[in-house]
Design a protein around this ligand. Structure first.
Ligand code: C5P
Length: 287
């Protein structure tokens, strides 16, 4: 039996703008996605003595069935390549990334399973189209490098470089379904036009950082503007983080936030302030 163990990293969004509703019902975005050192741990095995898919989940509870994106990635790979006639796939998933969190955990797991299966089988296949069918964020996690300017539905990726950072992730305690968050934009698209006139993408495009500091000018996230009046936990978290730094933001459609620091000592101090006030606080760094 051949097996591969792989880490599936979380991402944060260094700014996020929703730029339109597409004919396919998805939304176009502009965001910088950047991976951090919080990871799920995945082992994928090919067993020629079995058929089908098996999934064992440990860590943060997650479904060990076909509703799990790791399972669906294995299924998609099987269907596409025909390996189901030759081998079964066993996956163990140790979950450390909260979901839903806006941290891309499920998408990262799916990408990790696809990458592991390609390596195990040696089948030369472009995984991006397969990833797109599984979720808008999956193509990003298939890309090596860990940071990209992301546009389109999430599939147009331009590799980018951000300076190293230390980071605190904070779960605000709210439960925000992503489709509902996007739907709010459909109801209030005009509300955002003044909210974010200059984005960090401008800074990235011209290769400059605000006042020479190693963080983007703006970490604004349109979702926060849309969601804050409905989810008081978001407002409370934003206020707590504002007391510690200006370099904070909501990740994806939440409910997790991040705060960035230049040194580990600053991050540790912030962790001390935040621990115990929120259901989950995690200190990590850029990957
Ligand atoms: O692609 P993914 O499965 O992550 O998307 C979950 C839901 O979020 C979609 O069904 C859609 O309602 C919304 N979405 C969107 N535009 C995107 C990504 C997601 O409207 N770019």
């Amino acid at each position: 039996m051949r097996r591969i163990s792989i880490e599936a990293p979380a991402k944060i969004n260094l700014g996020l703008r929703i730029t339109g509703l597409r004919p396919d019902g998805f939304h176009s975005l502009e965001s910088i996605f950047s991976t951090v050192s919080l990871t799920d741990e995945i082992t994928v095995s090919l067993d020629p003595r079995t058929t089908g898919i098996s999934l064992i989940c440990t860590g943060i509870p997650s479904p060990a069935d076909e509703s799990n994106l790791a399972w669906r990635a294995a299924q998609a790979f099987m269907d596409k390549t025909g390996i189901k006639n030759r081998s079964g796939i066993s996956i163990t998933l140790h979950k450390k990334i909260p979901s839903p969190g806006g941290l891309g955990g499920g998408s990262s797991d799916a990408a990790a399973v696809l990458l592991a299966l390609r390596k195990l089988t040696g089948i030369r296949i472009n995984l991006t189209p397969l990833g797109e069918t599984l979720g808008s964020d999956v193509p990003f996690f298939l890309l090596p490098g860990g940071t990209a300017l992301v546009t389109g539905r999430g599939e147009i990726l331009k590799p980018a470089v951000v300076p190293r950072f230390h980071c605190i992730l904070v779960h605000s305690g709210e439960n925000i379904p992503t489709p509902a968050a996007f739907k709010l934009w459909d109801e209030h698209p005009g509300d955002l036009t003044e909210a974010c006139p200059i984005s960090n993408y401008t800074a990235l495009k011209f290769g400059v950082w605000h006042e020479g500091k190693p963080f983007p000018v703006r970490l604004d996230n349109d979702f926060l503007t849309l969601l804050r009046s409905r989810y008081p936990g978001l407002v409370r978290t934003a206020e707590e983080l504002s007391r510690l730094t200006v370099n904070w933001g909501l990740s994806g459609s939440g409910p997790a936030f991040y705060a960035l620091f230049r040194s580990e000592a600053e991050a540790k101090e912030a962790e001390g302030h935040l621990s115990g006030k929120f259901p989950w606080v995690f200190r990590c760094q850029s990957r």
